[in-house]
Ligand binder design. Structure first.
Ligand code: PMV
Length: 335
């Protein structure tokens, strides 16, 4: 398809935050998770990735945020490109340039936006026709959460049941304009440790060693149904407690992993307590917290409470910066 020629494409993709977490692969080779997950695709931030395939290149050249990538990050991009080359029937090497318009250390998942953008750009560059579903199925091989960044708004990555993974893909639940009053207050905490173990390895160690993992898997289908319904009904009073229940369950399986996975700092823990206090004092669920495998917090609330919640949480010692995000559009080709 690219014989002798050069093909180039640029794609943009946003990060997402999981409301129900993906944590554990049932089939590692096929990147099939144990459970379905639900996320919100975030506005304002994006990875922008350009891929150019050229027959004269001897190696893949990978540049991330203006610097040549080496080691693990480069290898995961090359492995991903190998998969795309196989799909397209080409051996041409590629030049990949990717940039985030958000600081990589901000705790906004750059692997999700990065691999969704890489999936889009590399397949477009080779002229492969990809539906959103197919793109999500490809993106998950780079990073599971990337499968969800293909779509905007509220997205479900369904685990499926088939051993071959054909029913494992992400799909949009509700568009980015479904619930405009829902706000994500992101709290960037100081001194967040750099991840010691890659998520992909950490989650498999949870699967193998956490005594609470099996119970989590039993609880999840019911929680997924309730989260989906709360979003559908724009029912903040149902969604916020569910978010916290899910986040606590995720944290519990991490902490009971051997060796224990502890992603939070003293500040993150203080923020969890502060959100609980806000709800207790108001006598209603004003906000709901969640976090990924990192120390920064995402606190969902409604537009009318956002300024108060943000001001109060920003006072917690160790909070470096706050951001106000909403649901946004998914990955797209840049003409
Ligand atoms: O997509 P990965 O391999 O970086 O793993 C993501 C894991 C969590 O962010 C903790 C949960 C999720 O569903 O995004």
């Amino acid at each position: 398809m690219t014989r002798g020629g050069r093909r180039e494409a640029t794609y943009e993709a946003p990060p997402n935050i999981a409301l129900v977490k993906y944590w554990g692969l049932r089939d590692r080779a096929l990147a099939i998770p144990f459970n379905s997950s639900i996320s919100v695709t975030l506005d304002r931030f994006r990875s922008r990735t350009t891929v150019r395939f050229a027959s004269e290149l001897a190696h893949d050249l990978v540049e991330l945020n203006g610097a040549p990538a080496t080691g693990g990050p480069r290898e995961s991009v090359v492995r991903f490109l190998d998969r795309v080359r196989e799909l397209a029937g080409t051996t041409d090497r590629a030049e990949v340039r990717s940039e985030n318009n958000f600081p990589t250390a901000s705790g906004l998942a750059s692997s999700a936006s990065g691999f969704a953008a890489l999936a889009g750009a590399s397949t477009a560059a080779l002229g492969l026709r990809m539906s959103g579903r197919k793109l999500s199925q490809l993106a998950r091989f780079g990073s599971g959460s990337a499968s969800r960044s293909v779509f905007g708004g509220f997205v479900e990555w369904q685990a499926g049941h088939r051993p071959d993974g054909r029913d494992c893909f992400a799909r949009p639940l509700f568009g980015p304009d479904h619930w405009p009053a829902l706000v994500d207050v992101v709290l960037i905490v100081a001194g967040a440790p750099v991840k010691a173990v890659r998520s992909e390895d950490a989650m498999q160690s949870t699967v193998a060693t956490s005594p609470n993992y099996a119970r989590r898997l039993v609880e999840l289908p019911g929680r997924i149904r309730r989260v989906r319904a709360a979003i559908r009904d724009q029912a903040a009073v149902r969604l916020f407690p569910l978010l916290m229940e899910e986040c606590d369950s995720f944290r519990e399986v991490c902490e009971t992993t051997q060796p224990s996975l502890d992603y939070l700092t003293t500040t993150s823990r203080a923020l969890l307590g502060e959100v609980r206090a806000i709800n207790r004092e108001a006598g209603r669920p004003v906000a709901g917290y969640t976090h990924d495998a990192g120390a920064h917090l995402h606190v969902f609330t409604l537009e009318r409470d956002a300024a108060t919640v943000r001001r109060r949480l920003a006072k917690t010692p160790g909070v470096e910066r706050t951001l106000l995000l909403h649901a946004g559009p998914g990955a797209h080709l840049v003409e």
